[in-house]
Design a protein around this ligand. Structure first.
Ligand SMILES: [Zn+2]
Length: 680
């Protein structure tokens, strides 16, 4: 038996009915163009398939992997297509120059063999035809697969080993950060571009001075100094671009040991994921494969580099500590996580300002530009006032909101009511129909047939009575039901509204609870600060509300009194003293500019601050006299006048709270004047 006959033995009619797949695998475009040798060998394979009996039209070439390299099935369409066709039993023969290379790893290969065995698919390479169902063939194929994987592994480690050896000598070329270039001898030198050099030196100088990456970024932004960046891929590779310095870029530069003239390699490690993809992660410096200090010129010394890292770490710690002072959940800001910047659309964050006596003021902050670009914050809005406003808005709105909920309940009940109503109404309609029927029967009967007519008339009457009853019952029920429903609805509305207000106003309700309630009611709040603050509140369920707030008041504005109060004080001063005015205002529920209770000192303060005419001046204007004046008028001592004032002999008008008062003019004919005349 010669070789060809043995091959032929494996090929059956069933194989020949199916297709022959010629799998072409060429890894690089270069190979596709240059490797005409392998193309020739592939044609030879096709000839073999034809010789084995496959019609030429049944030979399919799979070459979708051309120009691609990939190490697992996941990213190789051609191989997957092959697998699919094989598993569907459409393939009688799989050919390849080195079939074991069909799959790039042993797992893929084993799977292909298994499927080939199940579907009775033959495998052909330059060395022969194999039947995967045959134990010996299968063993051989498995070994081929293993060898191919070993080979691949050796090849890879050889490549990697070469790279590593070069890296250990600091000679393996890696991508250089902006500020360095390779010279024509592949030596690393400082970028000859003077502007690039200056930018980097300026960068490190500013960091030295300020000790913070953020401050450095800010300094660049302030003077609108652009930062160089060498493009490292694409058609413009190697070209310089001038960009704004960002925080992330600054951090990267500070952390890169290259700037201290150090060569490093192996900062990244890779990890295979289940889906066949690879992810990379950074390892700590101790685990870097290579770190060679003073390998090439740098912008800073190694000591400076270490110092810079230390300062950055410190900054980070300091920042974190500040942040951690208020665990976000427990912060008093009610709208946490719900605020959107109306200028740029970012979510706004919260900072807490610590005031005396443990008071914490929240501030809503949009700091995207601040962090990335070192610019001023996009928006900075003090939060206490806003929280209060939103609280009030909820108290106001929750009633309508609750109404909405209650209305839904109402609708639900109403639907049920309507269904019952329909049933009852049907009852009425049927009675109506029966009554009509009875009437028609009665009308149609031969009037001469009295007996029948009488019976029918009685029946008709009966039906009419029934109709009346059902209608009455229907109407009555309808009324009762709707009354009951209205009552239930009202109660529900009241309960909802009352409960919310009660909970909200209760000083013992924890902020956490309030936040929860807000999240339950509000979708988000968009804020824009311009000449005033606009709040756009979106409620859950679609309702919206826009509020305009004045800008937060400046310090001096805090003590301003409501002009309305000033006006009232001005009016009351005509007839009342400070204490009386205070009582009146307090009773009417007014508060001072700082929100305190109004007492006589506040009234006095208002009077002076707003240059109101004092009580004294007003009394004088109406001709009231001082004790001295009355004394000289009546020729008695001042003490006497005071005594008369106290005992009510002369009417007095107090103008302050220290018993200071003015006196009614005694008049020419007053008894006192008479008394004076008599005593004369
Ligand atoms: Zn913004």
């Amino acid at each position: 038996m010669n070789m060809f006959q043995r091959l032929n033995e494996k090929v059956t009619a069933s194989h020949l009915k199916r297709q022959a797949y010629c799998y072409v695998r060429q890894s690089t475009l270069k190979q596709v163009f240059e490797n005409s040798e392998s193309t020739k060998r592939q044609y030879a394979l096709r000839e073999r398939a034809i010789a084995l009996g496959w019609p030429i039209v049944q030979i399919v070439t799979v070459d979708s992997d051309l120009g691609e390299t990939a190490a697992s099935v996941a990213d190789r369409q051609g191989f997957q297509k092959l697998m699919t066709e094989v598993s569907l039993g459409r393939v009688g023969l799989v050919m390849g120059l080195e079939v074991s290379r069909l799959a790039r790893n042993n797992a893929d290969w084993a799977r292909l063999l298994e499927i080939c065995a199940i579907t009775d698919t033959l495998i052909l390479d330059e060395e022969g035809v194999y039947n995967p169902t045959d134990f010996n063939d299968r063993l051989l194929l498995n070994m081929k697969g293993t060898f191919s994987e070993v080979e691949l592994h050796v090849l890879r480690s050889r490549l990697r080993g070469g790279a590593l050896n070069k890296a250990r000598r600091g000679e393996f070329k890696t991508r250089l950060p902006t500020g360095f270039v390779y010279d024509h001898n592949d030596k690393i030198v400082i970028d000859p571009d003077k502007q690039v050099q200056q930018s980097l030196r300026l960068f490190f100088d500013i960091f030295q001075r300020t000790g913070a990456a953020f401050a450095t970024v800010k300094a660049f932004a302030k003077d609108d100094v652009k930062f160089p960046c060498r493009i490292h891929s694409g058609p413009d590779i190697g070209k310089l671009q001038w960009q704004r310095l960002t925080s992330s870029r600054a951090q990267m530069i500070l952390k890169n040991p290259r700037y201290a003239g150090a060569y490093y390699y192996g900062q990244l490690r890779s990890r295979k994921n289940v889906d066949g993809s690879t992810s990379y992660f950074k390892v700590p410096r101790e685990e870097w494969i290579v770190l060679i200090k003073d390998a090439h010129p740098g912008y800073i010394t190694w000591e400076q580099y270490e110092e810079n890292l230390r300062r950055m770490r410190q900054n980070a710690i300091a920042y974190n500590v500040i942040d951690r002072k208020t665990p976000p959940r427990e912060g008093p800001c009610l709208l946490q996580g719900l605020v959107i910047c109306g200028k740029c659309g970012q979510r706004m964050t919260i900072r807490y300002k610590y005031r005396r006596k443990g008071r914490i003021d929240p501030v809503y902050l949009c700091q995207r530009n601040r962090v990335e670009m070192g610019e001023n914050s996009c928006q900075y809005i003090p939060g206490a006032f806003i929280d209060e406003t939103i609280g009030n808005l909820l108290l106001e709105t929750v009633t309508p909101l609750a109404l909405e909920v209650a209305l839904q309940v109402w609708k639900e009940l109403e639907n049920r009511f309507n269904e019952a109503d329909k049933l009852r109404k049907q009852q009425v309609e049927r009675s109506e129909y029966e009554a009509n029927l009875a009437r028609r029967r009665f009308m149609q009967v031969d009037p001469d047939n009295r007996l029948v007519a009488d019976t029918l008339e009685a029946e008709w009457n009966e039906k009419l009575r029934q109709l009346q009853d059902t209608s009455d019952y229907y109407e009555q029920h309808r009324r009762l039901e709707s009354e009951r429903l209205k009552k239930a609805q009202q109660e529900q509305v009241l309960n909802l509204a009352r409960d919310f207000a009660k909970l909200w106003r209760n000083p013992h309700t924890p902020v956490r609870e309030k936040k929860r309630m807000i999240r339950f009611l509000i979708e988000d709040v968009t804020m824009i600060k311009r000449e005033d603050i606009t709040l756009h509140v979106r409620f859950k369920g679609g309702a919206e509300k826009t509020l305009k707030l004045p800008l937060a008041q400046k310090g001096w504005q805090y003590n301003l009194t409501d002009p309305k109060i000033v006006e009232i004080v001005d009016k009351l001063l005509n007839n009342h003293n400070y204490a009386e005015i205070a009582t009146i205002l307090d009773n009417r529920g007014y508060k001072s500019g700082q929100g305190h209770r109004i007492d006589r000192n506040v009234v006095k303060g208002i009077t002076h601050k707003y240059n109101l005419k004092t009580r004294f001046a007003r009394l004088r204007k109406t001709g009231k006299l001082t004790a001295n004046e009355v004394a000289s008028l009546l020729a008695v001592t001042v003490a006497t006048v005071r005594k008369w004032g106290k005992t009510g002999i002369i009417k007095t008008y107090p103008y302050n709270d220290r018993n200071g008062c003015l006196y009614e003019h005694p008049g020419v004919n007053s008894p006192l004047m008479v008394k004076k005349t008599i005593s004369d």
